[in-house]
Design a protein around this ligand. Structure first.
Ligand SMILES: [Zn+2]
Ligand SMILES: [Zn+2]
Length: 383
């Protein structure tokens, strides 16, 4: 590679450290989920599927807000079931916007966006669907599911298919589109699909999203407590949808969701279209230093990871490492040292890895490349 190009690439990979050195503005707590912004967009974290006592959840809506604040989320949607309300003898709630209103009051003094939503809870087809960014959930109480989708869309809602891998409605656990789903997608009444719901990931749902241009969504679908479901004390995290938005607002989130600008963060894995996962990987990882060890051609490379992902990289080049096999873990929010053995001193080094804990299509992992400029060989003879 020409020297000037190498220098340029080195700049690209080295400089972002200083730009991202300040903590994420929403990192109020140690457990807060943190990913860096991408070029041209904020990386916002949202949970688009939660329940409260206003349907079959076990908590008052204020707890959903408190959990979201602890997790450093930018937004949370209240999506109680419209048609399933097992607590209604104890908690009457004729107004289906009530959980949202209580949550919004709780969040008023905080920097958290609360979104009004409903889970349209039907047998298959169409199964369960969330409508979020609703103006008024009450008019969604209609018998014909098609009429409910039309009303949600009339209100400008973002509508996505919930847990298409849910075995009570799909015993194989493998999602399949029905005629009704195809019609809803064709009429632009259904816009997204849960590729992750609670603890489950579905490659089939990811395939459907890619083939039918649906937005990739991952949610907690929490009914109890986030801490108990996801063992946050032991380093776990709820699944979140990472939304790449031009502005941090309801409108910014909605526009990005409608445009499919998302990835999912689930069990330490990033799932999304390559066009969205790759910029996030580039924003998260960079080589911040590379030096020859004295009197050797072994290079001490330092790779910074500015995300919460514990990345697992698989070496795709012939160049071996000094202390590790071909699989290299990168600790979250930390810098990892990698000793690389190119065999002889040279001007530049290409490191290329498959990112094993990122998924851009079923069983497909993206590749990331670092072009590393090395110090002049003559420096050694000066010592
Ligand atoms: Zn439920
Ligand atoms: Zn459901």
């Amino acid at each position: 590679m020409p020297r000037s190009l190498a220098a340029l690439l080195a700049l690209f990979f080295v400089l972002p450290l200083s730009l991202h050195a300040q903590p994420h503005p929403h990192s109020h707590t140690a457990r807060a989920i943190q990913f860096p912004d991408v070029p041209g967009g904020h990386t916002l974290q949202m949970d688009l599927h939660t329940h409260t006592v206003f349907s079959d959840g076990s908590v008052w809506p204020d707890i959903r807000v408190q959990e979201a604040l602890r997790d450093g989320l930018d937004a949370v949607a209240m999506t109680d079931h419209l048609e399933y309300q097992p607590h209604q003898d104890d908690i009457p709630h004729p107004d289906r916007n009530r959980a949202y209103e209580v949550a919004r009051e709780e969040a008023a003094a905080h920097d958290l966006i609360v979104i009004n939503g409903s889970e349209i809870t039907r047998s298959m087809p169409p199964g369960h669907t969330n409508a979020v960014f609703l103006e008024d959930a009450n008019p969604l109480l209609q018998d014909d599911p098609r009429a409910v989708f039309r009303e949600a869309n009339r209100q400008g809602a973002f509508v996505f298919w919930n847990h298409p891998m849910w075995t009570p409605q799909r015993p194989s656990g493998r999602p399949a589109l029905t005629e009704m789903h195809r019609a809803l997608i064709e009429q632009d009444l259904l816009h997204g699909i849960e590729v992750v719901n609670k603890h489950k990931y579905s490659a089939g749902a990811l395939r459907i999203a890619l083939e039918h241009d649906l937005t990739i969504v991952g949610t907690s679908d929490v009914h109890g407590l986030i801490d108990w479901d996801y063992e946050v004390h032991a380093g776990g995290h709820r699944p979140v949808t990472l939304v790449f938005a031009e502005e941090r607002s309801k409108a910014g989130l909605k526009a990005a969701l409608e445009d499919g600008r998302t990835a999912v963060w689930h069990r330490n894995t990033l799932i999304g279209r390559a066009s969205h996962v790759l910029p996030l990987l580039k924003a998260s990882l960079s080589v911040v230093d590379a030096q020859y060890r004295p009197n050797t051609s072994v290079v001490d490379v330092r790779i910074a990871n500015r995300s919460d992902a514990r990345f697992l990289l698989d070496n795709q080049t012939e160049v071996p490492f000094h202390t590790r096999s071909d699989v290299v873990p990168l600790a979250p929010q930390d810098t990892t040292r990698l000793l690389v053995k190119p065999g002889a001193r040279q001007e530049a080094l290409t490191l290329r890895f498959e990112v094993l804990n990122a998924v851009t299509a079923p069983a497909t992992h993206p590749t990331i490349t670092f072009e590393v400029v090395l110090p002049e060989a003559q420096e050694e003879t000066d010592r």
